[in-house]
Design a protein around this ligand. Structure first.
Ligand SMILES: Cc1cc2nc3c(=O)[nH]c(=O)nc-3n(C[C@H](O)[C@H](O)[C@H](O)COP(=O)(O)OP(=O)(O)OC[C@H]3O[C@@H](n4cnc5c(N)ncnc54)[C@H](O)[C@@H]3O)c2cc1C
Length: 468
């Protein structure tokens, strides 16, 4: 067993670990990057990128099927070749992964260790069975893994998660998607538009991250046009029948249903990867999920020289948040080279989250559920009669913008609608600049654009404030 003495050890070479490594180095520390799995990151390998590639194919199919209202006829059917679809998803995905692997492997070999890290004590790690790392500080950036309830684990390879979907060589005929979170909705709609018979079994009426009841209801209706959507389902039994899976579930109306699927795609949430870390060997305080209790501002676990970033801490499991957290964790970990480390706070950007469905779901700033009743007004726009949206025949959507009643500042928005990913950026920038609804309305709006819908919602909020 080799021994390595180092300032900072970063566990995990994902979207949080890589920036942590670079930030610690930039701060002047000696650093080692430890990876137990494959280089390339979850985002590029089995997350953001392959999901968007699958969605792009689905959108092409959907557009091709829906040309007739424009007087444009695709004579003959639209044929989807599942093998070609999956081949492109994997080919392009591998290209993205290749860039990340290349960049990771450009880190000098002596600064990288291959193998899973486990804690021996608060400052000592064992990597694989070959190296003991004595570190002044440690960044845990181990990411997360799909949670598969026991009921589905018993189905063997017929219960799949996102990683498996992106490894398919062909598209299946019929699937159940269990869980209507962001990943479930994205995969469910994409598979449905690619001709797969999809049943989505959600729980507690959840529709992605939405918390505004009116927007949630609208979104539920939209998705019900793409696939059978049981937002309030209860699965009572899951059994393997040869190469199929039989599910018995109560639908949203409480009726008992039986159905058979090729696969169950389990999108029931993700759990931080703590299992291989042997945290019981440390004096770190752990929460109920076994994750070290940490300060979300400095990312420090208690007053230990341990920092936790990215999906591993499960605060905001998004790529840009993982990168920001990684940078800050790496920077702060490097301060432990000094006798009295001065930690910097993580200044978070305005909250933004998206579901890459069509129409898209977006949330910016405060969630509706977190706003104090009576403290805000809600400006609304329906995209059904919105000029540009109707021109493009993408006129489905409902937006709510929330404006603080006292300061007239924009505080948040939830919606489903066309071009949501772009409007979400405008709104998150406005939020981060602390703009009032009046300052936002003083900005330019070209004509005819979907953003004119946003202007209607803002005007609606401003009028309510003026009338009050
Ligand atoms: C299907 C899907 C779609 C997504 N789409 C989006 C999107 O559109 N936009 C967005 O912002 N986010 C999206 N995300 C979320 C995003 O991918 C994650 O937030 C991000 O990848 C988290 O990065 P990370 O560094 O925390 O984890 P990872 O990139 O998973 O890195 C963790 C690394 O740690 C390694 N590791 C674990 N344990 C150990 C150990 N004990 N020792 C050594 N190494 C270890 C793992 O092998 C892994 O390489 C998506 C996720 C999924 C699953």
């Amino acid at each position: 067993m080799k021994t390595l003495n180092i300032d900072v050890a970063v566990i995990g070479s994902g979207s949080a670990g890589l920036p942590a490594f670079r930030a610690a180095k930039a701060a002047g520390a000696s650093v080692v990057l430890i990876e137990g799995g494959a280089y390339g990151t979850t985002c590029a390998r089995v997350g953001c990128m392959p999901s968007k590639l699958l969605i792009a194919a689905a959108e092409a199919a959907h557009a091709a099927r829906n040309t007739a209202p424009f007087g444009v006829h695709v004579d003959g059917g639209v044929r989807i070749d599942g093998r070609e679809v999956m081949a492109r998803v994997k080919r392009e995905r591998d290209r993205f992964v290749g860039f990340v692997v290349e960049s990771t492997e450009s880190i000098p070999a002596e600064e990288r260790l291959i193998g899973y890290a486990k804690f021996i004590d608060d400052n000592v790690l064992e990597v694989g069975d070959h190296t003991r790392v004595h570190a002044k500080s440690i960044v845990i950036a181990t990411g997360s893994s799909p949670y598969v309830p026991a009921m589905y684990q018993a189905l063997g390879e017929r219960a799949v998660v996102n990683d498996d979907v992106f490894a398919w060589d062909d598209l299946p005929r019929k699937v159940a998607v269990v869980g209507a979170g962001v990943i479930g909705l994205e995969l469910g709609q994409a598979l449905a538009w690619l001709g797969v018979d999809v049943t989505m079994l959600g729980a507690r009426g959840r529709v992605g991250p939405l918390s505004d009841p009116a927007i949630k209801d609208y979104a539920r209706r939209v998705f019900s046009d793409s696939f059978r959507f049981e937002a309030n389902a209860q699965v009572e039994a899951a059994t393997r029948e040869g190469d199929s899976v039989h599910l018995r579930y109560r639908d949203s109306a409480g009726n008992l249903r039986d159905d058979t699927f090729d696969y169950v795609v389990v999108t029931a949430g993700r759990r931080p990867n703590m299992d291989k870390l042997a945290l019981h060997n440390t004096t770190l305080e752990l929460d109920a999920r076994g994750v070290p209790v940490f300060d979300p501002v400095t990312l420090q676990a208690g007053n230990h020289a341990v920092f936790i970033a990215g999906d591993a801490n499960n605060v905001l499991p998004l790529l840009h948040e993982a990168a920001d957290e990684g940078r800050m964790a790496g920077h702060n970990a490097a301060q432990y080279r000094n006798a009295s480390p001065a930690l910097a706070p993580l200044v978070r950007r305005a909250p933004i989250s998206l579901v890459f469905s069509e129409p898209g779901i977006a949330m910016v700033g405060a969630r509706h559920a977190d706003l104090a009743a009576g403290s805000f007004v809600t400006g609304e726009v329906s995209f059904e009669d919105q000029g540009r949206s109707r021109v493009m025949l993408r006129n489905r959507g409902l937006m709510h913008v929330y404006v603080d009643a006292a300061s007239r500042r924009f505080v948040g928005a939830e919606w489903i609608g066309p071009d949501a990913e772009h409007i979400a950026h405008l709104l998150s920038w406005a939020l981060q600049m602390n703009l009032t609804v009046d300052a936002m309305l003083a900005m330019p709006f070209y004509h005819p654009v979907v953003e004119e819908g946003l202007r209607t919602a803002l005007r609606n909020a401003a009028a309510q404030l003026t009338a009050a």
